[in-house]
Each structure stands twice: as C-alpha cells, then as structure tokens.
Ligand binder design. Structure first.
Ligand SMILES: Nc1ncnc2c1ncn2[C@@H]1O[C@H](COP(=O)(O)OP(=O)(O)OP(=O)(O)O)[C@@H](O)[C@H]1O
Ligand SMILES: [Mg+2]
Length: 249
C-alpha cells in the first residue's frame, strides 16, 4: 500500500525525518511509534501531501506520489485524521461528515451543497449513515459534534475520514485524551475498519493499543528508524526500550 524510500525532511536544518524507509503491507495495521518530536506527524504530513519531502520517495500502490498535493493523494484513496480534533463548531455530526465530502465533488455540486439547509445530497447522507452505523454512532447524527465527549469527537473524526471510502487510513494519535473504555472501543473500530479492507497506519503513544492491534511496528527516534518488526520483537528490542518504551515493569 505504502512504501517510503530514504525519506528525509529538514526544517531550517533540523532533520525531522532522516533517511527513513519502510513499507505498509496492504490489509495490515502498521503502527509508527516513537518519542515526542520523533517525526511521526511529519511523516504522515508528507505521505498525505501537506508538504513534500526534502529528499526521498513516497509510493502509494507502487505509484510515485512524492510532492503531490493533498487533494490528489486523497483522490488516490488515502485519508487521515489529525493529532488534535478538527471538527466544525456548531455543526452536527451528520453535517461534519457531509462537509468532509465537499472536496470530492465537482464545483457545481459543491455550490448546491453549500446552499442553506442543504449540506448533503442523498448519496452523501446514505454514506454518512452507513459510516456512522459501522462505528455505532448513528444515534449521535443530530448532535452538535463539538458538544460530545472528547473521545466521541475523535471517533467522529474517524467517521469523517471514512466518508471518502479510503483504501488507506492514517490515524495520528487517535487515542490521545481517551479513557480506557474509549480506547478499548477504538481498538475494535480500527480492527473493524481493517476488516473492511482498509489498510491502516497508526501513530499512537498508547502502547497497550499499539501492541494489541499492530501487525507491524516501525519505531522512529530523532527522525531515524531505529527498529521495525512485529509487536513481540519491538517490545524486546533493547534500543526501543532504551529510547522510548522503558524497562517492562
Ligand atoms: N512545520 C514545521 N516547521 C518546523 N519544524 C517542524 C514542523 N513540523 C514539525 N517540526 C519539528 O520536527 C520535529 C518532528 O516533529 P513531529 O511533529 O513530526 O513529531 P511527532 O513524532 O509527531 O511528535 P509527537 O509525538 O509529540 O506528536 C520536531 O522537532 C518538530 O518541532
Ligand atoms: Mg505528532
């Protein structure tokens, strides 16, 4: 699904990502972990076209997407969520999902959607209802999204990302701010999403979530890849323990 080759990103001389290479196999849940500032969000930003790399290559389905703009990459089937909640204030859950669809439509369709009282066309509403149903959120469709508990808002953002029927979903710390019960629900959601054929790249600090959902884990530290492998290997890797995980208790 994804391959990055010798990817680097420098910000004013700071190497945020330094010669990183790895692959995300189709149908897998792959996690990208590492300490604060390791470069995880920078990597997601490059893969989703927020900015291009300083050097290196990004391939989606074996096709070079390096430097493509985010709308082109979204059109190829990659969607993301952000590290902080970015829902529209004062709009319902349903409206938040429908607004997310706007950029996938033609200009004339967009204009008709923007007419007052008409956020959504019938196919959009059907799709939104199906997505909310799949995440057990149907009963919240009419609620103001930003009034919901934080953990629920984060799940609404995942729902919004699913509106475009992505084949590849990138989640930037979806469990941040969630309580244990919400995180357990999130684990089920992510598995269910993967089971519908969506490949997942997960950035997360919640190690119990990472170790239970991941097929593979890539570890970054100061912009460099320091380890890669299945959870059992990563948990035992001395360099990963020293730089990030700490000794098991
Ligand atoms: N747009 C930017 N301009 C300048 N520096 C940036 C920019 N984005 C990120 N950085 C820097 O790049 C480094 C990597 O940041 P990044 O946000 O990718 O880390 P992260 O692994 O996502 O951390 P966290 O776990 O805290 O979210 C940091 O030193 C950060 O300050
Ligand atoms: Mg980050």
């Amino acid at each position: 699904m994804l391959e990055v080759r010798s990817l680097s990103k420098e910000f004013h001389g700071l190497k945020a990502i330094d010669e990183v290479s790895f692959r995300v196999e189709p149908g897998s849940i792959t996690s990208l972990i590492g300490p604060n500032g390791a470069g995880k969000t920078t990597l997601i930003n490059m893969v989703t076209g927020v900015f291009g790399p300083t050097r290196g290559e990004i391939l989606l389905d074996s096709r070079a997407i390096t430097g493509l703009r985010s709308n082109r990459i979204a059109a190829l089937g990659a969607r993301r969520t952000f590290q902080t909640v970015r829902l529209f204030n004062g709009l319902t859950v349903m409206e938040n999902l429908l607004v997310g669809r706007l950029h996938t439509l033609s200009v004339s369709n967009r204009i008709s959607l923007l007419l007052p009282m008409r956020w959504g066309d019938a196919p959009g509403r059907e799709r939104a209802q199906a997505v909310l149903g799949s995440l057990g959120l149907s009963h919240l469709a009419g609620e103001i999204a930003t009034d919901l508990p934080y953990g629920t808002q984060r799940r609404v953002e995942i729902a919004r990302a699913l509106m475009g029927q992505p084949r590849f979903l990138l989640l930037d710390e979806p469990a941040a701010g969630m309580n244990e019960r919400e995180t357990a629900q999130l684990v089920l959601d992510v598995r269910r999403i993967r089971d519908t054929g969506v490949t997942v790249l997960l950035v997360e600090h919640d190690m119990s979530m990472v170790m239970s959902v991941s097929d593979r884990i890539v570890v970054l530290n100061f912009g460099r890849k320091i380890a890669e492998g299945p959870p059992a290997d990563i948990q035992r890797n001395p360099e990963v323990i020293a730089s990030y995980l700490g000794e098991p208790v």
